[in-house]
Design a protein around this ligand. Structure first.
Ligand code: IPE
Ligand code: IPE
Ligand code: MG
Length: 255
């Protein structure tokens, strides 16, 4: 039903040719604008979230196809509990529905499902479904689909600090040996590369507590397109722009 309300994308450019030898390893997306998308169409916010799930399907498929190694999707922040309970319930239900419907296909496409964030605080049915999805896909070697759920960057850093402190107390780690890379191992993203590219649709230009440690040198890409209208062409445009930037990491311009 939401499809009747989808507008033709103005900004999508299907002719963009991305360099397949320089695909960002890790793309992270702040999936934003579902509510405003629905409001523009006089629909309840829940319809915007439903339409947003369709975008997830398309984008996961495309990222896997073009060889992205990690795709992190910001699905529910530690601050999103402030929303009305009805909306929170809708989001949790959509998560369970998405996993139930998609896990088989994701598995057959070699996608490995992972989560970042404190999922213990989610409803039991979500925890169960996530565990099942993770277990089923744990040996897959294709795209790692990282779902950020009850995720907050500050929360992650605090949690990491506490875990590290425990290891210091036990004598497993010495204070002197702590450095950036060691500390990274205490974060949810342990073992993953930092995001190369962070994408935020919907026009907002802020991080909203997303991957604040990891994005120190990420490239940002913003668009006014709302998440339900976001298509694979937009991913291509974001990657194209990324490929035309000079990542200096504090050094000097590359030749
Ligand atoms: C993103 O869309 C979905 C979640 C935060 C879970 P929003 O619901 O934030 O949509 P807007 O920003 O109100 O348009
Ligand atoms: C960020 O979007 C969180 C997710 C996309 C899950 P929000 O819509 O919650 O962020 P703010 O409130 O606009 O900063
Ligand atoms: Mg929002």
């Amino acid at each position: 039903m939401w499809k009747f309300f989808a507008k033709k994308n103005k900004n999508a450019n299907i002719n963009i040719k991305i360099d397949m030898s320089n695909i960002p390893s890790h793309i992270a997306i702040i999936m934003d604008g579902n509510g405003r998308w629905a409001k523009e169409r006089n629909l309840p916010r829940s319809m915007g979230h439903k339409a947003g799930v369709e975008t997830i399907r398309e984008i996961v498929k495309e990222c896997n196809k073009i060889g992205v190694k990690y795709l992190t999707l910001y699905a529910f922040s530690t601050e999103n509990w402030k929303r009305p309970p009805d909306e929170v319930n809708t989001l949790m239900k959509l998560l369970v529905e998405y996993l139930r419907k998609e896990v088989e296909e994701l598995h057959s496409n070699n996608v490995k499902i992972n989560t970042i964030g404190d999922i213990q605080e989610l409803p039991k049915v979500c925890i169960e479904q996530l565990k099942e999805a993770r277990n089923k896909t744990q040996h897959n070697k294709g795209l790692v689909l990282n779902l950020a759920l009850n995720y907050g960057g500050r929360d992650e850093i605090l949690r990491g600090m506490k875990l590290l402190y425990e290891d210091v107390k036990k004598g497993i780690v010495s204070i002197e040996s702590i450095n950036e890379s060691k500390f990274s191992n205490y974060l949810y993203t342990k073992g993953m590369p930092d995001p190369d590219l962070i994408i935020r649709p919907s026009g907002e230009q802020r991080l909203s507590n997303f991957l604040i440690w990891q994005c120190a040198y990420s490239e940002f890409w913003y668009s006014t397109i709302k998440w339900p209208d976001f298509k694979k062409e937009h991913i291509h445009k974001a990657i194209y722009d990324y490929q035309n930037r000079d990542r200096r990491f504090g050094g000097v311009e590359s030749e």
